[in-house]
Design a protein around this ligand. Structure first.
Ligand SMILES: [Zn+2]
Length: 313
């Protein structure tokens, strides 16, 4: 992808290097959540005689004082329950990408910016407003605003609660080395797929999915496959836009198709690590994933064509 000279998104938060203690930032409103939880962590790690008393007092203060502070930290079972968690205007509040100097981080903020441009204009066509998601770059694990503690072992994911995409950039290398899907556009596919989940969140598809899956648990896996294939469709739609912008290199679409193949259920060995996000469940076969990416590319964001819930998959 010819990305170096393109616009970078400002909606990127870099939490890399904070490791497993990075509890701040993702909780509640994202502005006031960090300090309380960090204090608890510090107390937990301290050896003082009265530390449990202090933790108790702090918890009472936190629970009583600010509903948004811990409100976003839901149990893993409530992954999609984003009620009460309002992420206020990610566009203005997210950190600037100016601190991001590494190539992988810059690449991802460029791809994110391109998806912002595409989906903003696509939504405008339908008289809708596209609210831009946030991209959180992290290492190992980090707290999310509504999806519990995110771990990189679960792969990149989208959290509806704080409308953020979480990516450990080491997945870039994993794609190439472990899943046999090298190339920058393989990673662009991954990010644009997660942005596809954000589109589903904005359009209400995510809520519908959650409601129906709750009413009918037996159908949950199949519904999840349909949700995932639709996100692949949206990734393909963005890829078509990127192609029309003239920013793709020869072989980029093949890289995305290879990545879609590599992360199909029948190709991927499922891990069992206490997943908290949609990507942890069923995604469809390699063939289905490639096909729906290709359909998105072909039909370029026609929302009717994207209706995986009412079509043969
Ligand atoms: Zn997904």
């Amino acid at each position: 992808m010819k990305w170096e000279d393109l616009r970078r998104s400002k909606n990127v938060e870099d939490r890399r290097g904070q490791g497993r203690s990075s509890l701040g930032g993702g909780m509640g409103s994202g502005r006031s959540g960090g300090m309380g939880s960090n204090l608890i962590m510090m107390l937990l790690m301290s050896k003082g005689k009265f530390k449990w008393v202090l933790i108790g007092i702090l918890l009472i203060f936190l629970l009583g004082g600010g509903s948004s502070l811990l409100g976003g930290n839901q149990s893993p079972n409530q992954t999609y329950d984003d009620s009460g968690v309002v992420f206020e205007d990610a566009t203005e509040k997210a950190g600037s990408d100016s601190q991001i100097t590494d190539k992988e981080g810059q690449f991802l903020s460029t791809v994110l910016a391109s998806t912002e441009d595409y989906w903003t204009s696509k939504f405008e066509e339908y008289n809708l407003v596209y609210k831009k998601p946030k991209l959180v770059l992290y290492t190992e694990g980090t707290m999310t605003g509504g999806c519990g503690f995110g771990q990189s072992s679960a792969g990149p994911f989208y959290c509806p609660g704080d409308q953020s995409v979480y990516i450990d950039v080491s997945f870039y290398r994993e794609l190439a080395n472990k899943y046999g899907a090298p190339g920058d556009f393989a990673m662009a596919y991954v990010l644009s797929h997660e942005v596809g989940h954000h589109v589903q969140q904005l359009l209400g598809t995510m809520d519908d999915y959650q409601k129906i899956a709750q009413q009918n648990p037996g159908a949950k896996n199949e519904l999840t496959v349909r949700l995932e294939l639709q996100a692949d469709y949206y990734a393909g739609a963005w890829a078509r836009y990127a192609d029309e912008q003239g920013i793709l290199d020869e072989g980029d679409i093949e890289e995305a198709l290879q990545a879609a193949f590599s992360v199909g259920d029948d190709t991927l060995q499922k891990e069992s690590l206490g997943y908290v996000v949609p990507d942890s469940f069923t995604h469809g076969t390699s063939k289905q994933r490639q096909e729906w990416f290709a359909r998105g590319y072909k039909h370029a964001g026609d929302f009717q064509e994207a209706d995986t819930f009412n079509r043969d998959i």
